[in-house]
Design a protein around this ligand. Structure first.
Ligand code: 0GY
Length: 292
């Protein structure tokens, strides 16, 4: 682990909020353990191991039934730790992989059988080297027959330049962490307005309303992030997903308490109907439905 890397919270609090039956943590990771699943040589950070057993224990402790495990950049395009976790989850986890453009159909079929339902395109420069757009388009073509979707991760300053590309991609597109808005600018700022408009104009684009801990300026209980997530949940109730982002890679000043993160949910989704859509119906439709 990097000398300045901050491990996940060792003892999160029990949330006051109780998620509905069937609730899904739709954005989390497994890291290593490095002795079995080595980190990628091209990685930009080396995390603390965060194995599947710890993830499943947290899932149960927080009151969730299922996980969507997202391949993180520290494992590069080797999805072995992800596939191992999916295999151990007894059907209670699906995956988002990162793949090479020359991946074979047999490899894709194996990932599909393991429970992968999407690929992730990561545009965050501190996490990955740039990937040529044509590589992403090749991947988009290859996954289309499987009915997978595409998860995109970028930061707010890149929204404008990426919009033509993102809107040209086929199928369902899920944006990580609300496109990482600059919370200090406020929810009324045109920059966040541009992101809201992107979803308003394109009904194939979804957003994860995750990562208050990454976006906040004020810190817990994340009052400053709530209006952003709530805007998206209320405006696009059937195209939002929620996740813990455990084990919270690359947090510099704050080690989030996962119980406190769960307690943000009723503030961004204030009615039972919105909570049901956010935590149960939307992720189950996208990741577990037979007609995906
Ligand atoms: C996240 C956020 C981050 C890291 C990664 O793939 C990754 O390494 O996604 C980050 O550093 O912002 O979603 O886990």
């Amino acid at each position: 682990m990097d000398a300045d890397y901050r491990p996940f919270h060792p003892n999160p609090s029990k949330p006051r909020y109780v998620p509905p039956p069937g609730a899904v943590d739709a954005h989390c990771h497994v890291f290593g353990p490095a002795a079995t699943f080595a980190y990628a040589p091209e990685r930009k950070y080396t995390p603390c191991d965060a194995p599947k057993e710890a993830l499943f224990e947290l899932r149960d402790f927080l009151g969730f039934e299922r996980n969507v495990i997202v391949q993180a950049s520290c494992h590069g395009r080797d999805n072995a730790a992800l596939v191992d976790a999916l295999g151990a989850a007894n059907g209670r986890a699906k995956g988002v992989a990162v793949v090479r453009p020359d991946i074979g159909d047999d490899e894709l079929a194996a990932l599909d059988a393991a429970g992968v339902r999407a690929v992730r395109f990561n545009f965050v420069k501190r996490l990955v080297d740039a990937t040529p757009r044509e590589n992403y388009l090749r991947i988009a073509d290859k996954i289309a027959p499987l009915g997978w979707h595409i998860v995109v991760y970028f930061e707010a300053p890149d929204l404008e330049s990426l919009t033509p590309f993102i809107t040209s991609l086929p199928g369902t597109i899920v944006v990580d962490h609300m496109g990482r808005p600059d919370i200090a600018k406020g929810v009324e700022h045109p920059d966040f307005g541009r992101f809201v408009q992107l979803l308003a104009d394109h009904d194939n684009i979804w957003s994860k309303v995750s990562c208050p801990e990454r976006l906040t300026v004020a810190g817990p209980p994340y009052d400053d992030v709530v209006p952003f997530a709530r805007t998206l949940v209320e405006r696009f109730p059937d195209r939002v997903l929620w996740g813990t982002d455990w084990p919270h890679p690359n947090m510099t000043w704050l080690v989030p308490d996962d119980g406190e993160l769960v307690d943000v949910i009723p503030r961004i989704a204030p009615t039972p109907a919105l909570q049901q859509a956010l935590l149960v119906d939307n992720p189950n439709r996208l990741y577990w439905s037979a007609q995906r």
